[in-house]
Design a protein around this ligand. Structure first.
Ligand SMILES: *[C@@H]1O[C@H](CO)[C@@H](O)[C@H](O)[C@H]1NC(C)=O
Length: 160
């Protein structure tokens, strides 16, 4: 019980201990169709940390009739992926897990990132990322993108 009280005090004094770093590269990025979900306090808290790109290469493709971006968990193929790191609370993490249909559709795994701006610019850090191992084999033949943009020149508009 004493331990619990102490832990509660620590958590309330340092709420940051409850925060998790998450890397987003698709529709959740700023100016993309689902960004508002990250900004909705009903879903929890998400604070922008920095722009970053993956240390590894991955295929980021657009697939299904709804033109959904999928990051295929096939390292060393495709490109180094450009995205944004957010610090999220438990509530937002739970929300995102549900939104990404994790673990059925996407799996949340740790990824190494090269930070591109802010105080940690140039350093390599770890964060969570949603990617998938459940994809159609022909998706590996699709064009890959370094930086997803729902309104990009590819013309494959995201269908919510
Ligand atoms: C996405 O593409 C549109 C249309 O080409 C462009 O206007 C917009 O600036 C792009 N957004 C980003 C974040 O690159």
């Amino acid at each position: 019980m004493k331990g619990f009280v102490l832990l509660s005090v620590i958590v309330s004094v340092f709420p940051a201990v409850h925060m998790t770093l998450i890397f987003v590269y698709g529709t959740l990025k700023k100016d993309q169709p689902n960004y508002l979900l990250m900004r909705n306090p009903d879903n929890g808290q998400a604070e922008f940390v920095a722009h970053a790109r993956t240390v590894e290469r991955y295929p980021l493709v657009i697939a299904t009739k709804n033109n959904i971006p999928f990051l295929l968990n096939v390292p060393e193929t495709g490109q180094r992926i450009q995205g944004e790191i957010y610090s999220v609370d438990k509530k937002m993490l739970d929300f995102l897990d549900e939104f990404e249909e994790c673990p059925e559709l996407y799996q949340r795994t740790t990824v190494q990132l090269e930070v591109q701006d802010g105080p940690k610019s140039g350093s390599i850090i770890k964060a969570f990322m949603y990617s998938t191992t459940t994809y159609e084999p022909e998706w590996l033949q699709k064009p890959t993108y370094e930086s997803y943009n729902a309104s990009g020149d590819h013309g494959l508009r995201y269908v919510p």
